[in-house]
Every structure is written in structure tokens, then in C-alpha cells.
Design a protein around this ligand. Structure first.
Ligand code: ADP
Ligand code: MG
Length: 699
């Protein structure tokens, strides 16, 4: 039953409204100052907040609290402590102190640290992030926290994000002050993460080891129908899916997550959820929660929610579009072109900074989305290519051309939409049209980075984006500093023009899926980092280390530890996939083929016994084909087994990663191809797992 939505919304969040009601006025003010301006929070304020938070949590049924953090596993971590504190025999108080709110000490030895933390100093610290609201889930008060080592190195995804938001704010404020906007004291980055996902029936899922262990299918012949009819995209929701989405929305709304749009996606069984944008770190926290809740609610509806980037071969995989902009504390969206972008100096400065940043650090941006799963999407003509380029749309391209060529920009009149049907209301067309093939597109008043994979934490891409833009803004600030007022306009124009000259090679409005673009991009000198190992090697280049160290996002040690973790993660992912495939083929698929062949042989023999005149041609034909195919399966399985054990022994993780990418993934593809061919000969009752037909079309 649907409740009153405004009442339901945020009902499990220690929200601003709750804080205003529960906190003493001065405490509330101090906390707001920390949230809005990033100022340090005193312990007495924390004590007071802790009391109110516990009271509110207990009133709402919570018995425990947890410091909720985002280690380098890419998912979230939590350890629950109850509020109880014994006061006598069989008597307790429900206690929670400021110290417990502010700091936690989880044993950190089993989280990936990339060599940053020896196990003998296993202590890790979590510290409260007051800028992301606490919430209640399953009877526990969740406190968003950052996670670092005993000596202060970041071991998580939140710390660098907060650092990068700070860096961007500082530099953006400097530039705004130089441009005369002296009332601005803070700039925040805003993020809206559109999330794609698949839903499959739980019973079917449980019969597939590949889905259970890897989140994607490793075998499976295509269904007779894929996505070629384009009838799933925006199609009407099936009742079971609609019920799921309804439930999901309500769960998200209770947690104050602004889920806004939902629809069917291109591939069968694929869907999307888009929230309203929020401050970057809250949006990232909320996206992590969204992914978790998606899975949890799916279970209730006897579904499994697949967040893998490529669960099924031959149909589109899932991504996560990162919509990104910058807003001042005075409420200005710095990427809003206004009615006359050509005359909007401030907009042009910030637009140019983003263009320069994306061009200068394209390799780092690519690195930030590099995972084994995402390698299946990028460049496969379903998602952007692995080459980063930027799309601006007709109007902005014309503005930029006029700056580059010193010509006068003629503002296009807003274009009236002509549908030819007089009963339809008239409206104006957007002048920023859409280009779905671009990895980084301007969409009205924000940029949309379309490369991230569906399971990725949105921290990484936003860290790089914020930092790279901060860097460009810092150059701009240095250039504009000290320029007298009467020469400011001319200097800004010159600055924008020279930056655009230098970085225009990143701009591309054409079709990013074509081979011509790959050639053209190479001529322009753009990066085309096709695989994760290749991309990750860029992470530690001198130039990229310089950037990240200069803006205090990472220390050199933190960069190297992250590089190690990401490479190891890549290797482990493919290793698990290879092992799962070996097991599925060896123990399930090959025996299935053999029993069907046995059945065919038995039939043939029985037929012949019955009468020599009965034809056994069809049995023989299938037997012959399957016999050839199973022989190839055996051979390819052996090759995979040998290569996996070779790679397993390697101590150089980069070399191992390249082996997994070039040798083992190829072995797996070849093995899959013969298995999938054999699958088309096997009746369903012989198959050890449900087919693509069932997985994709049975809901
Ligand atoms: P589409 O599917 O066409 O890409 P959607 O409307 O589904 O577009 O998603 C657009 C996303 O962009 C939403 O999450 C929206 O909140 C977000 N967005 C809008 N304005 C901004 C902004 N200023 N900063 C960041 N994200 C924004
Ligand atoms: Mg989008």
C-alpha cells in the first residue's frame, strides 16, 4: 500500500529537519557550518549530536550503530555495535558518545591496502563524514565515514573524493573572485548517477554457476531474439518488474535517495534508474546504497539484480552515466550557458577549464573506469569507445568556433518544434542535441561522462574529474591574477582562446562507434587504451602522479597502492572467471554432451536391432558433429587449464594482468564458442543450466 510520499521521504534519515528539531540551536549552527563550509567540528558539538542521533535512532527502532565505509573492494563495509551499556545486573542504558560518533577503529587487516599497511599495524580508523547524512537501515544507525590507516593514508573511496571536492572548490572560488564574483565562498560538485541493471528470475539464476560466481554468463548460445527489434527500450513495464520498481522507489525514498526516473533499457531484461542530482559525495554514497537496495528488493520479488557490466554476450551491457556540474554556494550552476552563451564570460571560462582538463588528463579519466567488467563494453559499439572525446552540440560548437576564428557569433533563434499536427502543443527545441556515442557529452547545463561501468563506485571518476578541473582552474587563476580591471576582459578572451586552441583536439561531434573515428583519433594523438592493464599503467605516470600529489588527493604511496589493488583486482576477477568456466565445462557441460551422445548412440543401436532397414542417419549426423565439437572442447579446456596455472605462478602482477587479458580471455572466448555451438544441438533437458531464452525472456 502506498503511503503518503512526502511523509515517507527521508523518514529513515537523520535529516536537516530532524537536526533542527533535536539539536540545541548553537550545536545545529556549528554542525551546519561544518557541512556547508567544511570547517572543523569540535568534540562538544559531536557529543551533543551523538545524543540527539541516538535518541532519534532508538525512537525509530534502531538497536545498533555502525560506521559505514567504502574500502577499496568497491563495495561498502560495516560492523555493528549495539547501544547497550550494562548499568547493573539485568539493567542497561542505551548509550552513544561523541567519541563513538566521530571515530571508529575497525581491524583493517583484511581490507585491500596495496601494501600500505603491514598486518602488524592492522589498526584502521573510520571518521565521521558529517556532510553525508546518517540513516537507519535494518535496525541499525548507519554513520557514513572515511577510512584511513594508522598513519593517515586513505584506504577508501570517500577520502580522496572529499579531498578532490575541496581542491576544486578552492580553485574555482579563486577564479570566480578574479572574475568579480566575490560573494562566492564555496563551490561544490554535483553528481547524478544513472544506474543500469538487469533482473533475472532467482530460480534460473541459482542454476547458473557463472552468474553466482562471476555475475556474468560465461557460456550460452544467443536466444533466437535479442535486442534487434528495439521493442524493450522504454517499453511498458511487465507487472512483476513494475512491482519491483515500485518497492525499490519506496525503499530508496525512505533513505532520502531522490530516485526520479525508471524505464526499460535497450536489452531485454535490462532497466534503468536515475536519481535527481546531489552534492558529489552524497550522490556517491547514495549510489552505493542504491546498488545494495536494488539487490535486496530484488530478492523479495524472487529476482536477482545483476549489476555486472556485461552479464550476457551479444546484447548490450550496463553502464552508469555520471552527470556532473559545479554549483556555487550562492546557487549558480557554473555550467549553465544561460540564454546567450557567447556573451557569458564566466560560463566560457569554466567550460574551457573542463575541456582542457578532459583533454590533458584523458588517460587518467580512462583509468578511473578501468575494470575487467567494463572492458567488455567500451569500444564494443554499445557504449562509448575506449577513446575519450567530448561532444558539445551545435550551438556551443558554433560559439567555440567563433572564438577560435575571431568571428562574430550569431545567436540561433530558439527553434519552434514543428510536428505538423495542430492539436499538439508547441514547444521550443533544445539546442544541445544528443549524441549517444560520445563518452563525454555536454547536455544542457552539465556534462555527462558515459564510460563508467554499472558496478563501479562513482568516487573514482569524480576524483579525477574534480582534480583535473581544479588543476586547469589553478592555471587560469594564475594567469588572471593581478590583471587590471580594464584589461581583464581582453585577457580572459585570450586565455579562453589559447586554451581552446591547445585542447580542441578532444572535441568530436561525429559518430564515435565508427572505424573512421578510431583512425582520426589516432591522427589527433588521442589515447585509445583498450584494456584495463593498458589503462592502469597510465595511472602512475609522472605527469599524473604530479597532478594528484600537487592537489593533495593522494601521496605517491597511496597512488602506488591503488595501482596494485586495481591490477590485482583485475587479475583475480579473470582468474575466478576462468576457474568457474573450467568447472562448468568439465563437470557439467561436457558430461551433458556425452550423455546426449550416449543417448543418440543407444537409440541408433536399438533401432538397428529392431530392423536393419531403419535409418540411423540423423543420429549419426548429430553424433558426428557433437563428437567433433566435444573433442575441441576438451582441447580448449586443456589449453585454458595450462595457461591459468602458468599465470597463477607469476609474481609480476602487471605481467600476469597482460597474460590474463591477452591469453586467458582469448582461451575463454574460444572455449565458449565451441560450447555455444554444441549447446544448439542439446535438448533443454540435457543442458546443465537454463538458456539465454529463459534467462532473458521468462520474466
Ligand atoms: P538521460 O537519460 O537523457 O541522460 P536523465 O534525465 O535520465 O537523462 O538523467 C539526467 C541526470 O542528470 C539526472 O540524474 C539529473 O538529476 C542529472 N543532472 C541534472 N542537472 C545536473 C547538474 N547540474 N549536475 C549534476 N547532475 C545533473
Ligand atoms: Mg544519460
Amino acid at each position: 500500500m502506498t503511503q503518503n510520499i512526502p511523509e515517507l521521504y527521508g523518514s529513515l534519515v537523520f535529516s536537516d529537519k530532524v537536526m533542527r528539531n533535536k539539536l540545541p540551536k548553537d550545536v545545529y549552527k556549528a554542525l551546519r557550518k561544518t557541512i556547508e563550509n567544511g570547517t572543523h567540528l569540535e568534540l562538544d558539538v559531536a557529543n551533543s549530536v551523538a545524543v540527539a542521533m541516538k535518541e532519534w535512532a532508538v525512537e525509530n527502532g534502531a538497536t545498533h550503530f555502525t560506521h559505514w565505509f567504502q574500502p577499496m573492494t568497491g563495495i561498502t563495509a560495516e560492523k555493528h555495535d549495539s547501544f547497550i551499556s550494562p548499568t547493573g545486573s539485568c539493567e542497561i542504558n542505551m548509550d552513544f558518545s561523541g567519541k563513538e560518533l566521530v571515530k571508529g577503529e575497525p581491524d583493517a587487516s583484511s581490507f585491500p591496502s596495496g601494501g600500505l599497511r603491514a598486518t602488524f599495524e592492522a589498526r584502521g580508523y573510520t571518521s565521521w563524514d558529517p556532510t553525508s547524512p546518517a540513516f537507519i537501515k535494518d535496525g541499525t544507525l548507519y554513520i557514513p565515514t572515511a577510512f584511513c590507516s594508522y598513519s593517515g593514508e586513505a584506504l577508501d573511496k570517500k577520502t580522496p573524493l572529499l579531498r578532490s571536492m575541496e581542491a576544486l572548490s578552492q580553485e574555482a572560488v579563486k577564479v570566480l573572485h578574479l572574475l568579480g564574483k566575490t560573494d562566492v565562498t564555496r563551490v561544490t560538485t554535483t553528481v547524478g548517477a544513472e544506474q543500469e541493471y538487469f533482473l533475472v528470475d532467482k530460480d534460473l539464476y541459482e542454476q547458473r554457476k557463472d552468474l553466482i560466481f562471476c555475475g556474468r554468463t560465461l557460456l550460452g548460445a544467443p536466444a533466437p531474439k535479442g535486442q534487434e527489434m528495439e521493442d524493450h527500450y522504454f517499453g511498458s513495464l511487465r507487472p512483476r518488474v513494475a512491482a519491483y520498481m515500485h518497492d525499490l522507489d519506496e525503499e530508496l525514498w525512505k533513505l532520502g535517495i531522490p530516485a526520479k526516473t525508471k524505464h526499460n533499457e535497450v536489452a531485454p531484461a535490462q532497466h534503468e534508474l536515475a536519481p535527481v542530482f546531489e552534492t558529489a559525495n552524497v550522490a556517491v554514497d547514495h549510489n552505493q546504497l542504491t546498488m545494495e537496495i536494488m539487490k535486496k528488493v530484488a530478492d523479495r520479488h524472487h529476482f536477482v539484480c545483476l549489476l555486472h557490466e556485461k552479464p550476457f554476450e551479444g546484447i548490450n551491457g550496463s553502464g552508469k552515466h555520471n552527470n556532473w556540474s559545479m554549483t556555487t554556494n550562492t546557487g549558480l550552476n557554473l555550467l549553465d550557458p544561460g540564454k546567450t552563451p557567447a556573451e557569458n564570460t564566466q560560463f566560457l571560462v569554466f567550460l574551457t577549464a573542463v575541456i582542457a582538463a578532459v583533454d590533458e588528463y584523458a588517460d587518467l579519466l580512462r583509468t578511473s573506469v578501468a575494470t575487467a567488467g567494463n572492458d567488455h563494453r567500451l569500444g564494443a559499439n554499445e557504449a562509448p569507445p575506449a577513446i575519450i572525446s567530448m561532444f558539445l552540440g551545435e550551438e556551443l560548437t558554433a560559439v567555440i568556433d567563433s572564438i577560435l576564428n575571431d568571428t562574430y557569433f550569431k545567436n540561433q533563434k530558439a527553434i519552434q518544434m514543428e510536428t505538423g499536427a495542430t492539436v499538439l502543443p508547441h514547444f521550443m527545441k533544445d539546442t544541445t542535441d544528443r549524441n549517444r556515442t560520445s563518452p563525454f557529452a555536454f547536455t544542457g547545463n552539465k556534462f555527462e561522462f558515459r564510460m563508467p561501468g554499472s558496478s563501479l563506485s562513482m568516487s573514482g571518476p569524480n576524483v579525477i574529474l574534480n582534480t583535473a578541473v581544479a588543476e586547469m582552474l589553478s592555471h587560469f587563476a594564475a594567469r588572471l591574477d593581478g590583471v587590471p580591471a580594464d584589461r581583464l576582459e581582453g585577457t580572459v578572451h585570450e586565455l579562453v582562446k589559447t586554451s581552446l586552441e591547445k585542447h580542441k583536439k578532444i572535441l568530436f561531434d561525429g559518430n564515435g562507434y565508427t572505424d573512421e573515428w578510431v583512425e582520426e583519433a589516432e591522427k589527433r594523438g588521442l589515447f585509445n587504451l583498450k584494456s584495463t592493464p593498458e589503462a592502469l599503467t597510465c595511472f602512475t605516470s609522472e605527469k599524473n602522479c604530479d597532478l594528484l600529489i600537487r592537489h593533495r588527493i593522494f601521496t605517491r604511496e597511496e597512488i602506488h597502492s591503488r595501482y596494485e589493488i586495481l591490477l590485482e583486482n583485475y587479475v583475480k576477477t579473470i582468474h575466478i572467471e576462468a576457474r568457474a568456466m573450467q568447472e562448468m565445462v568439465q563437470k557439467d557441460f561436457l558430461p551433458s554432451c556425452l550423455s546426449y551422445m550416449d543417448h543418440l548412440a543407444e537409440t541408433a543401436i536399438r533401432k538397428q536391432k529392431l530392423s536393419a532397414s531403419l535409418s540411423i542417419a540423423s543420429e549419426t549426423k548429430i553424433l558426428k558433429t557433437l563428437s567433433d565439437l566435444t573433442e575441441q572442447i576438451s582441447e580448449r579446456l586443456s589449453a585454458l587449464t595450462i595457461h591459468v596455472s602458468e599465470a597463477e605462478g607469476m609474481s609480476d602482477v602487471l605481467k600476469a594482468a597482460y597474460d590474463y587479458q591477452s591469453i586467458i580471455l582469448t582461451d575463454m572466448e574460444m572455449l565458449r564458442s565451441v560450447c555455444d555451438q554444441s549447446e544448439t544441438y542439446l535438448p533443454d533437458q540435457y543442458l546443465p543450466y537454463p538458456t539465454y531464452n529463459k534467462l532473458l525472456f521468462s520474466v
